[in-house]
Design a protein around this ligand. Structure first.
Ligand code: ZN
Ligand code: ZN
Length: 176
């Protein structure tokens, strides 16, 4: 079947679609979806493709929906975005960051939050990264914190403080 199709070309594919010509989308990525093979199904006149989603699911999506960008995942992306949008981080503390407010503008499909670091810096952080602990400080104060911690460790070791106690004190600086 795919032998009869014109090879997908990003520059002309959507023109081809509009003119009603079928193109081979095998292996072409649309957001989280990768087109695997065309099926015998048709939807609104366009070929329905079997697609593999990054999350592991497989879905059937018509070429038209793929080309127009209407569908870019099996539905997992939308679910995540809705869940993320519903998450209110306002006033919550994540390590040294205090989430102040969500801001307009998105990064990789996630909601950005304006956060204030204990050091005084303000940064924009994806809500997801706050939850996972990937971001817990502004990043700028990190080298300073590290060198301070190293000095502290050396001092504690010299003064015969136990490893457990040192780790305990470190975790108060680095919450992960
Ligand atoms: Zn998915
Ligand atoms: Zn900071």
């Amino acid at each position: 079947m795919s032998g009869k199709l014109k090879k997908y070309d990003p520059a002309t594919c959507d023109i081809a679609l509009l003119s009603g010509r079928a193109v081979d989308r095998t292996g072409v990525r649309y957001g989280r979806l990768v087109a695997i093979e065309p099926t015998a199904k048709r939807q609104g006149g366009s070929i329905v493709w079997r697609c593999h989603c990054d999350c592991g699911e497989e879905v059937l999506v018509s070429a038209k929906l793929l080309a127009t960008g209407s569908i870019a995942s099996c539905g997992c992306l939308r679910r995540e975005m809705l869940a993320e949008r519903a998450t209110n981080h306002q006033g919550k503390r994540y390590g040294k960051l205090l989430a102040l407010e969500p801001v307009e503008g998105r990064q990789g499909g996630g909601v950005l939050w304006r956060c204030r670091c204990d050091c005084g810096n303000e940064v924009l952080v994806r809500g997801n990264f706050l939850v996972t602990g990937d971001r817990w400080c502004c990043g700028k104060c990190l080298p300073r914190e590290k060198s301070r911690a190293m000095k502290q460790i050396k001092y504690l070791v010299k003064n015969g403080v136990s490893t457990d106690e040192i780790l305990l004190r470190l975790y108060s600086v680095f919450p992960r």
